[in-house]
Each structure stands twice: as structure tokens, then as C-alpha cells.
Design a protein around this ligand. Sequence first.
Ligand SMILES: O=C(O)CCC(=O)C(=O)O
Length: 279
Amino acid sequence: MRQTFLDSRLQKEFEQKGYIIFPSLLDAARLQLLRELLASHEEEYAGPFHTSHFSDDLSYKKHVHDTLAEVVFPAVARHLDSYTPLFGNFMIKNPDPNVSMDLHADWAYVDENQYRSVAVWAPLVDTTRLNGRFGVIEGSHKITNKVRGPQILQSTRDNEPLWERRYGQLLSMRAGDVVVYDHALLHFSPANKSGQPRPALNLSLAPAEGPWLHYCQPGSEIELYDVPGPDFFIHYTHCGRPQYGEPVLKMKPSADTYIDARMNSFWKHKIIEKVSHLL
Ligand SMILES: O=C(O)CCC(=O)C(=O)O
């Protein structure tokens, strides 16, 4: 497997847990630039959960992507083994006691049999018990499916609240802290009950040399596309067929089984991992 982190201890921890937290990675000057960017698009942030990813305003999406690539990426890149930004967006969770982000793993951006792609998630305010912290299921990146994308179901969706309660942990993060997580890691965030918006950013990174890919299921089959670069995602239509390129492969959705059985016995994976050094 191609390495993600330059430091071998970080690499080991990342392989084990599926994420690494970097406290105070974004300094005051960077946070200031990001808050200015946020303020400059205030009219966009309607609805309980806004992500620039699904905006129809291409210049807004591009402005967010370009600024995150310029401001956030260099701070993270020095820890990574030659990664490049593929797509950056805002994640703004407005106050609404009934809207949470359900458990999910992100789309796949690379062939995960050989490479790992990562997301950088960073809140632009301190996160608290009330405003929608970022939660993870540590180690779950080892058992999610490698074919992931819009409309491709990973699970029956019957048991997700149970897995979240049983295995989930909420990360305590302040403005400036960053979590770098494997796109295959299951994560979630509870509702924002604070009365104030909780802005955050998410920047997807992949090995610089490529190749990059995208799976989606616009109809009855899963389609695989080559991704030439960030423009592919900036011009992306809301969960539909990508605007650029032709599918290079089509697959039956049953090519991957649901993760329910693996998740229901996830505790076994945890125990085996804990004692693996004794075996
Ligand atoms: O910002 C959040 O609350 C959730 C973020 C998330 O799930 C994601 O970036 O995939």
C-alpha cells in the first residue's frame, strides 16, 4: 500500500485508527483568511446543512476550493507523502435540533486496494457538546466497501444509529485543529443545538501521481469514471452523472455486499486487533 504520512509513527496510527488529529495546525493568520472567505459568501448558507459541494454556483465552489487549496493544504502537506488537493468545500451546520449528519464513509477517490485518499476536516469555531462535533468509528476504514460514491448504498441503513451509539466517538476539536481521516472511515455528526452556526471545511486529498477515480450510480448500474483533476468535482451535478468523461467501467450494485454483517461483529475486529501482537 502506498504510504500516506511521512512520519512512520503517524502512518502506523493512521493505518490502525483511520484518522489523525493535528491540534492547532491552522494558525491565527490562516483562520483569519478562512473566516474572511466564509463571510464573503454568507448569502449561500441557507438550510440546516449547507455544503458548497452541492451548490449550483460554480464561481462560489471554485473560490472555496481554490482558497482551501491555497490556505489549508500547505499546512497539512508537510506531513503527507506527496498528496494533492482534489476538492475543497465548506460544511456549515446551521442550528436545527433535528438535523444530524448520518453515519457514512465518503466517496472513494482512488483504487483503495493500492492507495488511500484522505479528507481534512477542520471547524472554524470551537466545537462543543451542543454544536455538532465530528464523530468517528475508529478502525472502521478496514471494513467499509472500496466502491463508494453518490447513490451507492453501503448498508441496509437499518442499524446505523446502533453502530453510532455502540462504536462512535465524538472528537473534541477547537478552531485551528484539524483531523485528517481516511475517506473509507465511518463518521457522523450530531445535530447543532447551540443556536449558532457551526462552520467547518473539508478538503479531499489524494496521492499526487494519481490515478484518481469516481464511482456513482445514476441508474441501475454503478459507473466508474477517470478523474482528470479538481475541475471534475467543481462541475459536478448534484449526485447525477458527471458532466465530464464517459464511464470506463459499469458494474452491478451487488458487486459489493452491504457492510451490516461486518459492522454487527465489529467488536471482534477490535479484540483481534488488541491482541494481535500476542498472536
Ligand atoms: O461537517 C459535518 O458536520 C460532517 C462532515 C462530514 O460528514 C463530511 O465532511 O463528510
